[in-house]
Design a protein around this ligand. Structure first.
Ligand code: ATP
Ligand code: MG
Length: 386
């Protein structure tokens, strides 16, 4: 059973307690599109403390924003009290919110017509702003005047483009013009919020039309991703946000602080680049795949495809599957053995081990002590004579 099916119990329970409640947002849009969504939002006339009291397992995710997460049947449902938006400062989401009395008010603050559909526990849909016909024609349309809605909250412009990329929709003329006219106000939006939408955009399935629209409107310049977006706009090969950001890093359009990327994410980008430099010199080798691992090398492969090389995915996977060593500990001799053979410097021992690993991986030396010792002897004496 899907999350939305399970959520019906929650909607019903709120209604039985005398409140109004509906599914809303992306989950309803996706339901109409036949896409299974795990991220289910419920909007209700009940106040957060009521929601908290009604359900057994709740988490106060954003009490200030009127949101209580209800845990039910292994799913998390975001139950939010009807809200209206107060005034907007500096093209940003309001910093405080006010509760609203009617669902119509709640729906009017939402960004796009496709995102304002309401659905009840019987699957009946309420469509106040014509979202169904826009979904039918695959058009992204704001609720109300696009210029005004983007001036209120500039992030909506980037959201429009990420929905294009996720759903293969097009922008209405008004939305496109409004992005053209207002994209520089995206500078007022927090980098964290931009990061979330940008990662969703670059992880989505239908990127080329969205990136072309980004280019037409000039929003790529505001993001500081001009070269990256120009490069990717015509590419249909599959890639992820990590690959797109790695490309941006290569262009010098991205450092960790650009979108406040997590340490983990940024380290991956740096590692991919180090591996990429190595592959440039020596191609995909067993030692390269051993040192960097399959995942990193597959990302390097994508970067190479961005540069016009053909995919080496099969080769990389074959190299990985037939590696003669899986990790350093699998080598049949260790540093101690080498040290006992000859009083060498620490770096020399490390280098000798590394060379032995490469020789084993290349099938030049068998992974057994006698052969390895013989080879180590040669490597060490070479190093001494250097
Ligand atoms: P996804 O499937 O990616 O989660 P979503 O439409 O659910 O897409 P969310 O970011 O989860 O997107 O937001 C949930 C809902 O909240 C949206 O569908 C929309 O109704 C409303 N919303 C979110 N962000 C904004 C915004 N910046 N301005 C107005 N409404 C918004
Ligand atoms: Mg959502």
């Amino acid at each position: 059973m899907s999350a939305i099916e399970h959520g019906k119990t929650i909607v019903k329970q709120l209604k039985d307690a005398g409140y109004e409640a509906f599914f809303v947002g992306g989950a309803v849009r996706d339901y109409v599109l036949g896409i299974v969504s795990d991220d289910v939002d419920i909007t209700t006339s009940a106040r957060p403390q009521t929601v908290e009291a009604l359900f057994e397992r709740t988490v106060l995710t954003g009490k200030a924003f009127g949101t209580v997460t209800v845990l039910h049947a292994n799913h998390a449902f975001e139950v939010t009290t009807y809200r209206r938006e107060t005034h907007y400062d500096n093209h940003r989401h309001p910093s405080y919110i006010a509760f609203a009395d009617t669902v119509k008010e709640d729906v009017s603050r939402r960004d796009f017509t496709m995102n304002q559909l309401l659905m009840d526990e019987n699957g009946d849909i309420t469509d106040i702003y014509g979202g169904l016909k826009d979904i039918e024609s695959g058009i992204i349309e704001t609720i109300g005047n696009a210029h005004e809605r983007f001036r209120e909250d500039a992030l909506r412009m980037l959201r429009a483009l990420r929905f294009m990329a996720a759903l293969d929709f097009t922008l209405s003329d008004e939305v496109e013009q409004a992005i053209k006219a207002n994209h520089t106000t995206l500078k007022h939006i927090s980098l964290e919020r931009i990061q979330v939408e940008l990662i969703k955009l670059f992880d989505a399935q239908y990127k080329p039309p969205a990136l072309k629209a980004m280019r037409r409107t000039g929003l790529h310049k505001t993001l500081g991703l001009e070269q990256t977006v120009n490069h990717l706009a015509n590419l249909t090969l599959p890639y992820t946000a990590l690959d797109a950001f790695a490309l941006a890093y290569g262009y010098g359009e991205l450092v960790q602080s650009t979108f406040k990327l997590s340490n983990k994410f940024f380290k991956q980008i740096e590692t991919i680049h180090a591996a990429h430099a190595r592959v440039k010199h020596e191609g995909f080798t067993p030692k390269g795949v051993f040192d960097y691992g399959l995942k990193t090398m597959l990302h390097v492969n994508v970067l190479r495809q961005f540069e016009g090389h053909t995919s080496k995915k099969d080769t990389i996977e074959r190299i990985h599957n037939t590696l003669k060593l899986r990790d350093k500990k699998a080598l049949a001799i260790n540093g101690k053995t080498i040290k006992a053979m000859s009083p060498a410097k620490k770096e020399h021992i490390a280098l000798t081990l590394d060379t032995l690993i490469e020789q084993v991986l290349n099938g030049e030396v068998d992974n057994e002590p006698t052969a390895l010792k013989a080879s180590a002897q040669i490597i060490l004496s070479k190093m001494k004579s250097e």
